[in-house]
Design a protein around this ligand. Structure first.
Ligand SMILES: [Zn+2]
Length: 481
């Protein structure tokens, strides 16, 4: 035991010396390596990064934002330059540290800086205030090729409907070269345009609706914009023919309110009177229907699906007109005023509802005050609406032919008695059906400007000789006056 113990005692000191030595070496290595690796870490901390939706084109007044991120420290300096023919121009600069994330707005006058049309380079330079053992050489953190373009798109109006009226439609044919987007506007409202005719002609057409309350002098214009933000605008000429719209008074009976208000407003609070319920329906639900019409109007075929004149259902009489201003009277007192956006067509109860022209079903179902309704898309933003139906036999996406039965008339929605409420819409804006029931109007106001523009007529030349029964159109026109 003792010899073993002694033996152990003999052995211990060298081991202990060895351990001490090892510790010293480790400490020495740590003393050298730790600062080196710490410095190394500082050196490898990434530079400032930039994120920007780099414009590919710069126009007269470019405006964009460069966002800079420092992974450590703050963004200390940032600069945006445009380099053309080896000459750098500073277009935005920030010199004071402003945190780890900096948004640098860039806006400048291209021509005022002496930049010319043609290729250039957009550079972003930035530094953080984070200390690193070796300072890196100055170089841009972003370098992107750009094209300076100061020439607006070339915009030519090829033809347009000459005579226009409030509540009517104007066809505009035009060509916009080098345009990223074009807008055809009537006052504040924009209408889409569609590539039309032979592709090498590069023509576009738009159907624009003049609202029923269109005020003389409200500009109708085409605006073309290129990717650099250059804009060309042309006013569309037309001779405005005034059109007067009728007025009518609708007496609200207690029986009508008792029947319609619970149907259209099932969640009505018990404290709300029938009249107040009616006013919610007549105002809010009407507005909702208008919004839906605009939404559906935006989903349209890019080519015309219609052929020739639109048809009024056989044996129907117009008993209420387009853009009729209606005063609602309850208990001898005017309680509301609204505009009626379609034609009411009376026939026998549950009459067939034929498609006024060829198209694709864009909507089929309940539509607030319109009750069960069908909206048929005829392309280029042109649509027809059929309301108050008792039954619907088509579904969204169905292709229908002119005259095809889509359902039966009824009195659903805010209807007094069985009838068909019929509307023609252009991008969701109601226009008078009168024009579209009239083969001569389509020939003169739609196909003539297309022909003048050297573009194919819609429905071919045969559209003019459509086998349209003329009588209902004449009857309707008499009433519209
Ligand atoms: Zn109606």
């Amino acid at each position: 035991m003792s010899s073993q113990r002694r033996g152990i005692i003999r052995v211990v000191p060298p081991r202990s010396r060895f351990k001490a030595g090892l510790l010293a070496v480790v400490l020495l290595i740590l003393a050298i390596v730790a600062p080196i690796s710490y410095l190394g870490w500082r050196q490898t901390v990434p530079d400032v990064r930039a994120s920007l939706a780099a414009p590919r084109f710069l126009g007269h007044t470019p405006a964009f934002t460069v966002t800079l991120h420092a992974s450590r420290g703050s963004v200390a300096r940032a600069e945006v330059r445009v380099v053309q023919s080896g000459r750098p121009l500073t277009v935005a600069k920030s010199d004071t540290p402003r945190g780890s994330r900096v948004e640098l707005p860039v806006t400048f006058q291209t021509a005022a800086l002496g930049l010319r049309e043609g290729p250039a380079t957009l550079e972003v330079w930035a530094r953080d205030d984070f200390w690193r053992p070796f300072r890196r050489g100055e170089r841009p953190i972003v370098s992107a090729p750009v094209t300076i373009d100061l020439t607006p798109p070339k915009l030519d109006i090829l033809a347009a409907t000459r005579y226009v009226s409030p509540g009517g439609v104007q066809l505009v044919a035009f060509r916009a070269s080098d345009a990223q987007r074009t807008d055809v506007t009537v006052g504040p409202r924009a209408f889409p345009s569609f590539a039309y005719g032979p592709p090498d002609k590069g023509a576009r057409v738009a159907l624009v609706a003049l609202p029923y309350d269109y005020a003389a002098g409200t500009p109708i214009a085409i605006t073309a914009r290129d990717e650099a933000g250059n804009v060309a605008t042309r006013g569309v000429a037309g001779e405005l023919k005034p059109r007067a719209f009728p007025r009518d008074t609708i007496k609200l009976s207690e029986a009508f309110l008792q029947m319609k208000v619970p149907e259209l407003l099932p969640q009505r609070p018990p404290s709300q009177s029938l009249l107040d319920g009616f006013l919610v329906i007549n105002r809010e639900q009407r507005k909702q229907a208008e919004a839906t019409k605009r939404e559906i109007g935006a989903r349209t075929a890019e080519t015309p699906l219609w052929q020739g004149a639109f048809t009024q259902p056989r044996n129907t009489k117009v008993f209420s007109n387009f853009a009729e201003t209606r005063t609602y009277v309850y208990d001898g007192r005017a309680v509301d005023t609204q505009v009626h956006y379609g034609y009411d067509l009376a026939s026998t109860k549950q009459s067939p509802v034929p498609a006024a022209n060829a198209g694709v079903v864009a909507f089929a179902g309940p539509l607030t005050i319109y009750g069960n309704a069908v909206i048929l898309d005829h392309g280029l933003g042109l649509q027809t609406l059929y309301a108050h139906l008792s039954s619907i036999e088509v579904k969204v996406g169905d292709r229908v032919t002119k005259g095809q039965e889509m359902g039966r008339t009824g009195a659903t929605g805010l209807a007094i008695g069985d009838h068909l409420h019929f509307e023609v819409l252009v991008s969701g804006v109601s226009v008078t059906p009168l024009e579209w029931w009239d083969a001569k109007w389509i020939r003169d106001r739609v196909n003539r400007p297309l022909k003048e523009a050297g573009l194919p007529e819609i429905g071919g030349v045969g559209a003019v000789a459509d086998d349209e029964p003329a009588r209902p159109v004449r009857a309707a026109r008499r009433r519209a006056r």
